[in-house]
Ligand binder design. Structure first.
Ligand code: V47
Length: 390
């Protein structure tokens, strides 16, 4: 496939710093941290997009995947409520709006999967002292009993470390025990920005960046695949972003265990950080959203998939991102809470028809995948020249 796709001509890149990156890319040399910085600094978004699109096409051709998934958040109670300044979802145990699902409430929420279409439960919550090993083991076992074919992607590294702490167990033992109960993969949340200074400001008490990496390393050693993320668009510098991405890339080089990278756009509503920065109502810009996805594709060259989260950046921007290095669209979701608490105005779910419409009208070939990115079914692309009506 690679031979058929011509490299973008570096001579056509107006920004000299980005032109050097393009030359390096075209020579097949691996991009380094300085190149990542040049990409983040460049105003030449279209040239960056062409490079990222090339890197994406070499790996995935015209195919864009999505998963029929459902997000379930069993609890929003979180001991980090007062110290994670960017989060709008968490509540203290007695605070207004706090909830902790009983098992029956989990089954009720999961019953959307009775439609037979759902293939993945994406389950994350807060650091709730009442949500330990037993609670999540019961949830996973019960879900697997009811929906044996549904993959369970659950618990961020931060939640895994929390369970290990409250149960006085090692991270490895927690992961093994949860896998026994039905856990299949880990989502990429909780990473935020690894740099110490930023983390001290936005998530003072959260698991340190190096510990987040260690939880994922342990999962990979056990054969549990995981995703990775970066929360951008708050107080981090471009150097912080590059440091973060370098730590992700180093682990991937070591283990190969990451499936996908998902940059997460910071939403400033209803959280302390947004108020402090005076940023309420001002989400990240489309320019920076596309740039983060494109840099992810080019710099994280050994992570196979780059996913756009339409809930955070809007379906329209996610569709545009399909020409900026992205090969995967966050799926049907069903009922999203974390970003809607933080001011996201997007819908809480997306129908299969809408996903197909977005992918097709971007000139791509839609394909439903499972959680390990194996293609389940491929859909017809849009016939050439035909525009889909709104
Ligand atoms: O870790 C919290 C982020 C993450 C806000 O692995 C916020 O497939 C923006 O990781 N503004 C959880 N972001 C979600 C997550 C995720 C999402 C989709 C797919 C996958 C996957 C993982 O949400 C948290 C944090 O980084 N978050 N608050 C906020 N105000």
């Amino acid at each position: 496939m690679q031979a058929a796709i011509a490299y973008p001509d570096p001579a056509g890149v107006a920004d000299p710093a980005l032109r050097r990156v393009a030359e390096k890319y075209a020579s097949g040399e691996r991009l380094d941290g300085n190149d990542a910085l040049a990409m983040f600094r460049s105003p030449d978004l279209l040239s960056l997009g062409r490079l990222a699109d090339h890197a994406n096409r070499v790996k995935h051709g015209d195919v864009v995947t999505f998963a029929a998934n459902q997000h379930i958040n069993p609890t929003n109670v979180c001991i980090l409520r007062t110290t994670c300044a960017f989060c709008s979802f968490a509540r203290l145990p007695k605070e207004h709006g706090a909830y902790h699902y009983t098992l029956d409430e989990v089954w009720a929420e999961a019953s959307a999967a009775d439609n037979g279409l759902t293939r993945e439960f994406h389950i994350v919550g807060g650091l709730d002292m009442k949500a330990g090993l037993q609670y999540y083991s019961d949830i996973f076992r019960g879900l697997k009993q009811r929906y044996p074919h549904v993959h369970i992607k659950a618990l961020t590294a931060v939640e895994i470390a929390h369970i290990a702490r409250i149960e006085k167990m090692s991270v490895r033992d927690v992961l093994m025990s949860l896998r026994e109960a039905g856990l299949d993969t880990l989502p990429g949340g909780g990473a935020e920005v690894f740099g110490k200074a930023v983390r001290m400001t936005i998530a003072e008490k959260k698991l340190a960046g190096s510990d987040w990496i260690n939880v994922h390393r342990t999962a990979h050693e056990l054969g549990i695949r995981t995703n990775c993320t970066m929360l951008y668009g708050h107080i981090e510098s471009l150097e912080d972003r590059v440091e973060h991405l370098t730590m992700l890339r180093d682990l991937q080089d070591e283990t190969g265990g990451f499936l996908a990278y998902i940059p997460l756009a910071y939403h400033p509503d209803h959280n302390e950080l947004g108020r402090e920065l005076g940023r309420e109502g001002t989400a990240t810009t489309g320019f920076d959203d596309l740039r983060n996805l494109a840099v992810g594709r080019l710099f994280l060259d050994t992570i196979p998939h780059v996913k756009t989260h339409w809930i955070m950046v809007t379906p329209a921007l996610s569709q545009t991102a399909l020409s900026f290095g992205v090969n995967d669209l966050e799926g049907t979701v069903v009922r999203e809470k974390v970003y809607h608490e933080a001011g996201a105005h997007t819908a809480q779910s997306m129908s299969l028809d809408e996903i197909l419409r977005l992918i097709r009208s971007a000139g791509k070939v839609p394909a439903e995948r499972d959680s390990l990115y194996r293609i389940l079914r491929t859909f017809e692309p849009e016939p050439a020249g035909v525009q889909v009506a709104a």
